[in-house]
Unconditional design. Structure first.
Length: 449
């Protein structure tokens, strides 16, 4: 397969008249001039580094006031009630819809932070990785790249209280979790070679220090993701039990390095922000979800100035939009600092800084050999339409700025995931059957709710 781009973002910057050759899912050659399937603007396609796919079915159902002041914690209670109704078949249908929407938004792969493991009341399926198998099948149906992150969730809080209610569907002790990971790895082997297995200790609230250390050794080469410092109440709980803030505790007790992705890290002191940047771990930012849940504003300017690595995820999937994640990340910085172009540098625009960061950080966090239009990398590529009014006459970084701040994901015309051409002329190749199945699930859930 050969693609010819009018504009292409290469590792050394923008180039015109570029041909990219794809063979066996990887980029085989990048040359100037030549011929191939014509595309307007060719970019390395990012990884969505944090998703709970089942929560997509809740989108739009929690935007009303409950008793008292609504918060993340009241939203979480509603989420627990909702997931009591989900079957394995439901989870597969929802995940496939999510993956179609991600591909049409411009993501080539997803790191699925997967913690819905069991049946009602915590009853274990005959296959402990039954739910993981459903995520794998959704990836097979849609062709989206997958980093599967089975989640360890063993307690209800730092005080060690037992899991209860909806949490029972998440829970495992270390032995049960090890069996689940082994079974999930077997399922994942059915996918193409770009699929990856990682691990996700859920949070410092939900995993003991001993289990956190052991979990990190189960797959010593795979990525490790953890929720950390998302909410003020979480910080207060850690302070009460450890006398340290979450990021401070993690960095001082665990050898955090390039394998790690710290999801949210919204509630950090300046010292924690600088220490996380120095660790070479990735901060997993989820701007739309963090705004929706009222998490707060990530200290982006300080973190990036210190060389911090980051990527972007859609988390709750209340809205799946690559362009809007970029926009909200920058706009949150502007609202917090009362300034403009906060994340821009002397030589790169806001859109370019965020796009470069999320492409490189997402690849690192997912353990995926991608992140650039370069020979040998997986052919994760997204082509934008430059013929319409939003990108007409744009060049260089202004293409990305106009995509994020003036346009939207409708500008995504084509997408390749490890060379699989899964979005063509703006639509995923499996959009209609996946949507029909999702609609049937939503109709049944609406009756049940």
């Amino acid at each position: 397969m050969r693609l010819h781009a009018d504009h292409a973002l290469l590792p050394d910057g923008w180039a015109r008249d570029v041909t990219v050759e794809i063979a066996e899912g990887r980029i085989a050659a990048v040359t100037r001039g030549g011929t191939g399937t014509s595309v307007g603007c060719l970019l390395p396609a990012p990884v969505n580094l944090h998703s709970h796919s089942f929560q997509r079915a809740m989108a739009g159902l929690t935007e009303y006031r409950t008793a008292g002041q609504d918060s993340f914690w009241t939203w979480r209670n509603l989420m627990y009630r909702f997931l009591e109704r989900l079957t394995p078949e439901d989870v597969e249908a929802i995940a496939a819809q999510v993956m179609v929407e991600m591909a049409e938004a411009g993501y080539a792969a997803v790191a699925e932070f997967h913690y819905l493991h069991h049946g009602l009341g915590g009853k274990t399926y005959a296959d402990p990785a039954e739910m993981s198998a459903r995520i794998v099948q959704a990836a097979a149906t849609t062709g989206l790249g997958l980093t599967l992150l089975p989640v360890l969730y063993e307690r209800g809080g730092c005080d060690g209280r037992a899991l209860a209610g909806g949490q029972l569907r998440f829970g495992n002790d270390m032995n049960g979790f090890a069996r689940l990971v082994e079974a999930a790895e077997t399922h994942l082997a059915a996918l193409p070679a770009d699929a990856t297995l990682g691990l996700a200790p859920h949070s410092l609230r939900a995993v003991s220090p001993e289990s956190l250390a052991r979990a990190a050794t189960l797959r010593p080469q795979g990525p490790l993701h953890i929720h950390v410092a998302e909410q003020v109440a979480e910080v207060d709980e850690l302070l009460a039990h450890t006398r340290q803030r979450p990021v401070d505790w993690l960095l001082s007790h665990v050898p955090v390095d390039q394998r790690w992705c710290l999801i949210h890290a919204t509630q950090m002191t300046p010292q924690e922000t600088l220490a996380l940047a120095a660790s070479q771990a990735v901060a997993g930012l989820c701007p739309i979800t963090e705004a929706n849940l009222g998490d707060g504003i990530f200290d982006g300017a300080r973190y990036l100035a210190a060389g911090g690595r980051f990527g972007i995820g859609s988390d709750s999937n209340v809205r799946i939009s690559l362009s809007e994640e970029i926009r909200i990340l920058e706009y949150s910085q502007r609202l917090g600092t009362k300034a403009r172009a906060v994340l821009a540098t002397a030589d790169r625009s806001v859109g370019r800084v965020i796009f470069d960061g999320m492409v490189q950080g997402g690849a690192q966090a997912a353990g995926r050999d991608t992140g650039a239009i370069a020979v040998g990398k997986w052919a994760d590529l997204v082509a934008l339409d430059i013929s319409g009014p939003d990108l007409a006459g744009r060049n260089g970084d202004r293409l990305l700025d106009s995509f994020a701040f003036a346009g939207d994901d409708r500008l995504v015309r084509h997408l390749w995931s490890a060379g699989r051409h899964i979005v063509r002329d703006g639509q995923h190749v499996a959009r209609l059957p996946v949507r029909r199945r999702f609609a049937a699930v939503m109709a049944r859930l609406a009756e049940a709710m």
